[in-house]
Design a protein around this ligand. Structure first.
Ligand SMILES: C[S@@+](CC[C@H](N)C(=O)[O-])C[C@H]1O[C@@H](n2cnc3c(N)ncnc32)[C@H](O)[C@@H]1O
Length: 354
């Protein structure tokens, strides 16, 4: 397959996936765009050629100029969107007319989708770490995007019959389901450091818009929660560092006191096995001086089976509901011990503790 064919195949595959994830509009647009060579050439201007890049570039322009006729199909812009199956001709025309601005985004931006709801899984993992390591816990997030997970302690958590915990004036309440697990408490947090190849600034209107543009237009509630979380991040003292985490971490470890918890969410899954091994080696090395904890909220290998729709065996189908994993790794005396804490669904809001 050449690159153009690969890109078109990516759009064809994304159509049912996006529909299944709650975006009929993106389902229609991906299916039709896959058969349009000019649009596939345009999509190829981003490094990855992924469908979400083109969709996010268009969505970003629409959020900036909501009066565009294409905007009437986007639930982010109108209360009652027009039927998605009529949207493609308008979409193709919009792409032709705004090609330069789209290309500028395709060449300079990446998809850095972030979901504050992931704190439903992160918060109990952090309470476990704080129990073992002490407080105030210093946090380093690998692949932090705009940093909305680094302020998990500012949100409230609705634990159903067990009540609501978190600051009384929390601007956001996170909900989810959990089977098993520790009693959630919110630990005291010290330093907050986020490392990203391209950190997004919650105080920048362009960066905020790009983040919202990277989500499905139909997910209005999620976008409202993200906007609230970005406001929290904007008024919190967070050190955001640009660069490859493997390169930035040595300096961060050297300057951040104990107790220390490094964490990642939906990031290491995209790394090569060698890069993940290098991370373990780096943290294990640093642990000859002091203990370090690492929490991972990442898709497991089973996720690939789920994502590519190859859930052909009963075992695959059983695991398809909980394809992500929460892991806790403790690095000490130059070595490491890793354990699986829980399995979760893809958005980390349904947790089955081990
Ligand atoms: C899908 S986003 C997840 C954001 C956030 N952790 C969350 O779960 O909501 C992954 C982020 O990891 C960043 N990233 C990927 N590889 C990285 C690396 N080697 N070093 C630093 N950041 C990286 C990307 O730029 C992107 O912002």
């Amino acid at each position: 397959m050449n690159r153009a064919e690969e890109i078109a195949a990516g759009f064809r595959a994304a159509a049912p996936t996006y529909r299944g994830m709650g975006s009929p509009l993106y389902g229609v647009l991906c299916a039709a765009a896959a058969e349009d060579p000019a649009l596939m050439a345009l999509a190829g201007r981003s490094r990855s050629g992924r469908p979400m890049m083109l969709l996010a570039a268009v969505h970003d322009l629409l959020l900036r100029s909501p009066e565009e006729p294409l905007g009437r199909y986007f639930a982010t812009l109108v209360e009652t969107p027009a039927p998605p199956d009529q949207a493609f001709p308008e979409f193709a025309r919009f792409c032709r007319e705004h090609e330069d601005e789209i290309v500028e985004r395709l060449e300079t931006r990446t998809i850095q989708s972030t979901f504050v709801e992931r704190c439903w899984a992160l918060a109990p993992a952090m309470s476990l770490v704080a129990d073992a390591a002490g407080e105030p816990l210093n946090l380093v997030e690998i692949g932090c995007s705009a940093g909305v997970l680094l302020t998990f302690d500012a949100y409230a958590y609705d634990l159903g019959a067990a009540g609501r915990i978190g600051p009384a004036d929390a601007p956001l309440t996170i909900t989810g389901q959990s089977r098993g697990g520790p009693d959630l408490r919110i630990p005291r947090i010290g330093a907050r450091i986020g490392i990203d190849l391209q950190p997004l600034d919650p105080r920048s209107a362009e960066d905020r818009r790009w983040l919202l543009a990277s989500s499905f237009p139909e997910m209005r509630e999620q976008q409202a929660r993200l906007a609230t979380a970005l406001d929290v991040v904007a008024r919190t003292d967070i050190r955001l560092l640009r660069g490859d985490a493997l390169e930035r971490l040595p300096e961060v470890l050297a300057t951040t006191p104990s107790p220390l918890c490094v964490f990642s969410s939906s990031c290491l899954f995209y790394w090569t096995a060698e890069a993940r091994e290098a991370l373990d080696a780096l943290l294990a090395d640093a642990s000859s001086e002091r203990g370090i904890y690492r929490v991972g909220l990442e898709a497991s290998d089973r996720f690939d089976t789920w994502r590519t729709g190859r859930a052909e065996t009963p075992e695959h189908r059983r695991l398809a509901g909980t394809p992500n994993e929460m892991t806790l790794t403790r690095y000490h005396s130059g070595g490491l011990e890793a354990r699986l804490l829980a399995r979760t669904n893809p958005d980390y809001q349904v947790i089955e503790w081990n």
